[in-house]
Design a protein around this ligand. Structure first.
Ligand SMILES: *Cc1c(COP(=O)(O)O)cnc(C)c1O
Length: 396
């Protein structure tokens, strides 16, 4: 089956239902009665396993071409479980342009436990080669990165990582398995914040880890159960409902994003647009070699923090909201919002400018979105021009 068909149908075989309900039943239960004190069924306690969660795990694993999937209460719980595969004294090589919460997990929790974490520009292959000439246990990155949209060569990094003895974990949240399947490119693990595209409706938090390695899967399952970080049945059921429309949502969101990226790139008040989907942008060729689309998140600079702030606040259709991947369009200032957990000095080193605006494009009519962006820009430019005039007067 082709991706759109697989996505739309979900995985219907898992939950055995005598009534053949069109929507899979939800097992909203904590416990399962056993046949006897000595013979146990497949499920006994929902922290360890639940049919609704198992159904979702199988559906996402199928989309990622993985044999095993595990669903966690959030993307961070999924990432935290993956870092548990690394022991004190061992080394993680992480990409410099990383989700703020992932950076916080590594720097505030994983490093103090005695794990070495090295942040490396993995989009520069020479730098990556040097970093992976020493032994490592785990390589962690997102591609394209968020919010700078740098594209990392998953095949090349996987080859280098294998020589260093490291497993490769790709956070595929920005593109989803509809657009990119990192396991097919040589990665060992895929991580998702399912809060974003997989759910698509900003109505739940969830995370997933997918792999083809049964030993890793068994260890992660142990961690999920021991730490109690698995996804609850209702969230799993709701997420599976969202998942059915992943393909059509992304097609539409990307079509809108292309229109908006081209519009922004042509504006005199926009300094630079970060969107690898634009032909001629730095990561474009690599992106189309390993993915079938660029997603619906883009970022741009206005050259001035106040202009960016006024712009975001003047938007009416775009709400000022963290996160991305929802059917509704969102705007944010990453330095003040999603990436605020990264210290300023580190943000500067990672070239995350203060005036960067990030947009997540939804499924609305693109013309309404363009109108909103134009209107907000004229308000922001008028007001900041006024502010500059006042500052000039004050200095006279
Ligand atoms: C949001 C996000 C996470 C964290 O996921 P939560 O569901 O918010 O815990 C991890 N990685 C990326 C790339 C994200 O965008």
């Amino acid at each position: 089956m082709r991706p759109l068909t697989r996505i739309a149908r979900g995985d219907r075989d898992r939950v055995e239902d005598p009534y053949r309900a069109s929507s899979p039943p939800i097992y909203q239960t904590a416990t399962f009665a056993q046949q006897s004190a000595e013979s146990f069924g497949e499920f006994d306690y929902s922290r360890s396993g639940n049919p609704t969660r198992a159904n979702l795990e199988r559906a996402v694993a199928t989309l990622e071409n993985a044999s095993h999937g595990l669903a966690f209460g959030s993307g961070m719980a999924a990432l935290a479980a993956v870092t548990r595969l690394v022991r004190p004294g061992e080394r993680i090589v992480a990409s410099t342009d990383l989700y703020g919460g992932a950076y916080r997990l590594l720097s505030e929790i994983v490093e103090p436990q005695g794990v070495t974490v090295e942040y490396v520009d993995l989009d520069q292959l020479e730098i990556a080669r040097r970093a992976l000439s020493k032994p490592a246990r785990l390589v962690l990155f997102e591609s394209p990165t968020n919010p700078l949209h740098r594209v990392i060569d998953t095949r090349a990094i996987s080859t280098l990582a294998k020589r260093a003895g490291a497993r490769v974990a790709v956070d595929n949240t920005m593109l989803s398995p509809y657009r990119q399947r990192p396991l097919d490119l040589g990665a060992d693990l895929v991580v998702h914040s399912a809060t974003k595209f997989l759910s698509g409706h900003a109505d739940l938090t969830a995370g997933l880890v997918l792999t083809n390695d049964p030993v890793i899967a068994e260890r992660l399952e142990f961690i999920l159960n021991a730490e109690g970080t698995g996804l609850a049945p209702f969230e799993a059921w709701l997420l599976q409902r969202g998942l059915r429309t992943l393909g059509v949502r992304m097609d539409r969101q990307e079509a809108n994003t292309r229109v908006i990226a081209e519009f922004l790139a042509a504006q005199p008040w926009v300094r630079r647009v970060n969107y690898a989907g634009l032909p001629g942008s730095p990561g474009h060729e690599l992106l189309i070699a390993q993915a079938t689309g660029a997603g619906s998140v883009l970022a741009f600079e206005t050259g001035d923090y106040e202009t960016s702030r006024r712009f975001v606040e003047a938007l009416e259709l775009f709400s000022i909201t963290v996160s991305f991947g929802s059917v509704c369009s969102l705007a944010s200032l990453p330095c003040r919002m999603s990436h605020a957990s990264i210290p300023e000095s580190v943000r500067n080193r990672r070239q995350l400018p203060e005036d960067l605006v990030r947009l997540s494009i939804g499924i609305e009519d693109a013309n309404d979105l363009l109108d909103d962006l134009s209107r907000a820009a004229s308000i922001a430019l008028r007001e900041t021009e006024h502010a500059t005039d006042c500052a000039d007067l004050a200095s006279v």
